[in-house]
Design a protein. Sequence first.
Lengths: 122, 122
Amino acid sequence: MTTPETGIVYRSDCPSRPILDQIADKWSMMVMAVLDEPRRFNDVKRRLEGVTQRVLTQTLRRLERNGMIVRRVLPTSPIGVEYSLTPLGESLREPFGRLYAWTVENVDEIQARQQDYDRRAQ
Amino acid sequence: MTTPETGIVYRSDCPSRPILDQIADKWSMMVMAVLDEPRRFNDVKRRLEGVTQRVLTQTLRRLERNGMIVRRVLPTSPIGVEYSLTPLGESLREPFGRLYAWTVENVDEIQARQQDYDRRAQ
DNA sequence: CAGTATCCTGGGGGATACTG
DNA sequence: CAGTATCCCCCAGGATACTG
């Protein structure tokens, strides 16, 4: 991304593009929100109603790969795994929180606009 | 979404879920960022290097449906179309800006973490 | 200029079953 | 408990061609 005198241009090779793609998705945001403290796999799963094991695992792996969370195997029997935010992940919670708060605040108006639009287009 | 005494739980019927799905995607964020002032279709397209007409049109329609932008047909020849943010869309730029700024600030560290992870997993 | 109209492909994500 | 392993389906999104 650059800002030439002609205005903002988003270049296709800007590394923020794939990052945004990996980070700004529904499940990642919810996982991050849920990890306000270290939690175990099934604990996270229970808090994200409707997520499947497979999708949750993928999401956790991706977040781990991007340095947002740490996976720690607990020496228990049966095995336990605990996920927690890294400082990097912690620093993302603030912008995520803003976006989520905005969504909650404006959900009603958005749904109203959607209905207007759909009514016009029939 | 609720916050019971046991902690945060994201219910599957929370209306913010589909909203986030529609709003927090790569192209929507870039379109919103580019619309710092009213711009015409091809102007937006030129600033989003790599986007196809089809995808841009879809993104613009969705943003319009959600009340984020307004589409205005200009009485020119040949026809011109101008897109601009609504107050609602304007209010979303701040949280988006935060998220984008975070991405830019942390892109290097994220890529480093990715390489670490990939090296470990080979 | 600002779009539709087709066609096509990858992969996100749900369902289900199995396991160290 | 915390995962893999399959199977499958849908559709976001790219490529390309055409148009009022």
